[in-house]
Design a protein around this ligand. Structure first.
Ligand SMILES: [Zn+2]
Length: 368
């Protein structure tokens, strides 16, 4: 029921293939096709532990459906060490974010919807998926070649686009657990039991979750404009499961249970199979997910505990100016917020220049 193969996602200069493990869980018939990927960003290793814990859930009770698990999805990123740190968020050659290389074009969406206005849902889904396959194949066949990151992303995307559910496991820098939720899937997102949630619009920006929810969501929206109701047939989420450079198998076990509980609702297990202690869950719209940039250079004392609401005007960071030592000037600058907020993550270093993104906050929050 469980097997592993290797997927080639590129070739290194010495001729060695860049490979990622692909684990398939063949569950009982009648469930969805689920794709789970982790560690596309090299330092974000926690998702691998979550996939390991999730595989144990599959062993404990056979699910319905077919699951594809892809841990350590970026063999270049995970091996990109500099001193004691793993870099691995950006392609070191091009500087581009590895998670902005996926592909979707809605150029001929109108024509597709017109052609399928009276087709049944199964026919539409099959034809639309075939169209997505063709888009990727066409891009791969470019006579001008592809960038390293695109080559890798498109081979992963070819696997993922067969799925009804796509879960991309990441982490923040120094970060509380948070979830990117496409607005249409809001009602079922709380099952993941992740405390901080950001509601996403249907735009495509090149990330794996967007590459899967945007096409199907835009299809649904375009049909709605034409007077045809079609639900969004694919769910996709990015789960940010703590800080980078950090492994916490106990928390991974709890997050695997949250994924299990969400998948119960999607038909993979009987409801109630996976028990988790419910966490308080806050949410905001993507437009209200705010970055705070440092007004000056210096050394940072991060004051706001992650995940805890902070009031407007209360200092969230103290920026020390040790170059003033021995002078008659204030030694630090305090930074506060113009509105109430909940800190989600902060920069991994205490040493910053002016304009560094210090924190990200949920603002104008509501219960999920
Ligand atoms: Zn990431």
């Amino acid at each position: 029921m469980i097997s592993q193969t290797l997927l080639e996602v590129g070739q290194q200069p010495n001729g060695e293939p860049a490979q990622v493990p692909v684990i398939t869980v063949e569950g009982a018939p009648g469930g969805p096709n689920v794709y789970l990927q982790a560690n596309l960003h090299g330092a974000e290793i926690q998702g691998n532990a979550v996939l390991a814990a999730f595989l144990e859930l599959c062993r404990a009770q056979r699910p319905k459906g077919t699951f594809t698990l892809v841990p350590m999805a970026n063999p270049i990123g995970i091996n990109q060490k500099s001193g004691e740190f793993t870099l691995g968020r950006f392609d070191p050659i091009s500087g581009e974010n590895w998670n902005r290389q996926y592909h979707f074009s809605n150029a001929d969406l109108d024509a597709f919807c017109q052609a399928h206005l009276n087709s049944d849902e199964t026919t539409i889904a099959a034809a639309f998926r075939e169209r997505l396959r063709a888009q990727i194949a066409q891009r791969q066949a470019s006579p001008w070649g592809l960038k390293t990151g695109q080559t890798m992303a498109l081979r992963l995307q070819q696997l993922a686009l067969e799925a009804d559910i796509v879960l991309d496991l990441h982490t923040g820098p120094i970060s509380d657990r948070h979830l990117y939720v496409p607005e249409y899937a809001r009602a079922r997102a709380h099952h993941f039991n992740i405390p901080l949630n950001i509601l996403m619009p249907s735009d495509f920006g090149g990330a794996l979750d967007e590459a899967h929810f945007s096409p199907w969501w835009q299809l649904s929206q375009r049909f709605a404009e034409l007077g045809r109701t079609l639900e969004v047939l694919v769910d996709a989420f990015t789960l940010e499961l703590g800080p980078q450079e950090h492994l916490d198998p106990a928390q991974a076990g709890r997050d695997a249970l949250g994924i299990g509980r969400y998948l119960e609702v999607m038909g993979c297990w009987p409801e109630g199979t996976h028990q988790v202690e419910e966490e308080i869950q806050h949410a905001c719209q993507l437009a209200d997910y705010k970055a705070l940039y440092s007004p000056c250079g210096g050394q940072i004392e991060y004051l706001a505990p992650l995940g805890q609401p902070v009031k407007a005007g209360v200092p969230v960071a103290r920026i020390w100016h040790y170059e003033r030592l021995g002078q008659d000037k204030p030694m630090f600058t305090e930074v506060s917020l113009p509105c109430d907020a909940i800190p989600v993550l902060h920069f991994a270093s205490a040493n910053v220049q002016e304009g560094t993104e210090l924190y990200k906050f949920l603002t104008h929050t509501f219960a999920l």
